[in-house]
Design a protein. Structure first.
Length: 272
């Protein structure tokens, strides 16, 4: 089932002769390009279970994005298709010193010849765009500088960290190196959809990272940060401005889904 996506990656320039880290970086860059971080299904109440068939239909065939339990689940499948020793992991996100919902961040655990790595294509626009080696070198991307460290926390003994503007290391998320079953993905989805403390069931969010920089869109503004550090924010005056930004930035399928969500939202407001 993943052969179609694996073939697309190979046709994009992936080489079997590359070292594994270079192969993984190439795949992560392509995932960031093809599959934006987006929560439309949360806001529209799509309760389908996370299955390979669901991911193929939504993301590969329809060209939508998704949240971590979708993008990293798809990443896991295609890495396994390409012969990597990969398993599903679950982490707890830390935002400014506060823990988010426990074990609701999906990631990919990798065993390469020289040690343990993680791959993550589902952390909004805060993407390393390369695998992170446990206690290995820092990785720099347009989104920042990242590393993976052995570090005891309340939520696990391994920490993904990002360097802040003061040069200190902020905790992104923590986990234990333990594979979790596929069924965990649907549990994550249910919590993210329904829990009152979920950060993704309140308002629309589209985020992406690329070699040129990062971008995020919500219903109030569009923010871009370029690789050279330049930033710009566009505030939307009305729904038309918002939808135009979506049309300019998103695939036709994602644009259509957002337009349908906004139309239903307007209809519900009119009825109330």
């Amino acid at each position: 089932m993943m052969s179609q996506l694996a073939e697309k990656i190979k046709e994009s320039g992936y080489a079997e002769a590359w070292p594994p880290v270079k192969q993984l970086s190439f795949i992560l860059e392509k995932f960031a390009e093809w599959f934006p971080f987006e929560n439309v299904d949360v806001l529209t109440g799509n309760e389908e279970k996370i299955t390979p068939e669901f991911l193929t239909g939504k993301m590969v065939q329809t060209q939508r994005g998704g949240l971590c339990y979708e993008t990293n689940a798809l990443l896991l499948l295609v890495l396994q298709e390409l012969g990597f020793e990969a398993e599903l992991g679950a982490a707890t996100v830390n935002n400014d010193g506060k823990w988010a919902l426990e074990h609701t961040h999906a990631l990919v655990l990798l065993q390469l010849n020289d040690g343990k790595y993680i791959a993550d294509s589902g952390f909004g626009n805060r993407l390393a765009l390369s695998p992170l080696k446990l206690d290995g070198p820092e990785v720099i991307s347009p989104a920042g500088t990242f590393r993976l460290r052995t570090r005891r926390t309340e939520k696990g003994t391994i920490a993904a960290e990002c360097q802040n503007s003061q040069g200190d290391w902020d905790l992104c998320y923590a986990f234990d190196w333990q594979a979790v079953p596929w069924e965990k993905l649907s549990e994550m989805k249910q919590l993210i959809h329904a829990h009152p403390h979920s950060p993704f069931n309140k308002q629309l969010l589209i985020a992406r990272a690329s070699a040129s920089g990062t971008e995020s869109i919500n219903e109030a503004r569009q923010h871009r940060k370029w690789q050279n550090g330049t930033e710009e924010t566009f505030s939307f005056e009305d729904k038309h401005d918002f939808l135009q930004a979506i049309r300019d930035s998103c695939s036709p399928a994602l644009t259509k889904a957002i337009e349908a969500y906004k139309a239903r939202q307007s209809s519900d407001q009119d009825k109330s």
